[in-house]
Design a protein around this ligand. Structure first.
Ligand SMILES: [Zn+2]
Length: 191
């Protein structure tokens, strides 16, 4: 990890890991891919390594990210999908020319058309977003219960009752807040 930059929140769903590069959207937002190099780092961690990224490509990535966030949020609350967000997601999906490659070990890898083609990587992310918003995967979109977050996440729990985008951050913070509120209400119980 590079010093001086907020670290990444890594999930196992590509599209919502990507929207998770901006956290605390309803509070003090934290931008986790503030520079082209940080987008390169994020893509590398997520199996979509590129050698370089321009400012324009970073701006396109942000636009795709916010479009996925808007569409996934609408899907989570069963609202109509915003047309402009759908357009951006589709454009990115169409532009991308990554190929799925099967390795001899039986794993999937992505091969981009060139080492600097951030658009190919964004196409893979857009296609992933389409598959979850379209309901093609086992799971359901939900919104994080934290009032300063409200991130859309993909709930794959058996009971579909997951409340937080991330147990280690939002979930933990909520638990601590509840614990402190109880302590204030019953100051003697701590003794
Ligand atoms: Zn959250």
């Amino acid at each position: 990890m590079r010093a001086g930059f907020p670290d990444f929140r890594l999930g196992n769903v590509l599209a919502t890991s990507f929207t998770g590069t901006l956290t605390e959207r309803r509070g003090e937002a934290v931008e986790r891919i503030p520079t082209p190099q940080r987008l390169v780092d994020w893509l590398t961690v997520n199996g979509l390594a590129v050698e370089s990224c321009t400012t324009a490509q970073l701006e396109l990535a942000w636009e795709l990210r916010e479009s996925i966030h808007a569409a996934a949020t609408a899907a989570a609350i069963q609202d109509a999908l915003p047309a402009s967000a759908v357009q951006v997601i589709n454009d990115c999906s169409i532009e991308g020319r990554a190929a799925a490659i099967l390795t001899p070990e039986g794993n999937r890898r992505w091969r981009l058309s060139s080492a600097s083609c951030v658009e190919d990587a964004l196409g893979v992310i857009a296609a992933d977003a389409i598959s979850i918003i379209a309901g093609e995967r086992d799971g359901t979109l939900a919104l994080c219960a934290s009032p300063t977050c409200r991130a859309a996440f993909f709930d794959t729990s058996q009971s579909r009752t997951r409340r937080w985008c991330d147990m280690n951050t939002c979930g933990n913070r909520q638990k601590k807040a509840r614990f402190n509120a109880n302590k204030r209400k019953n100051p003697r119980s701590a003794k």
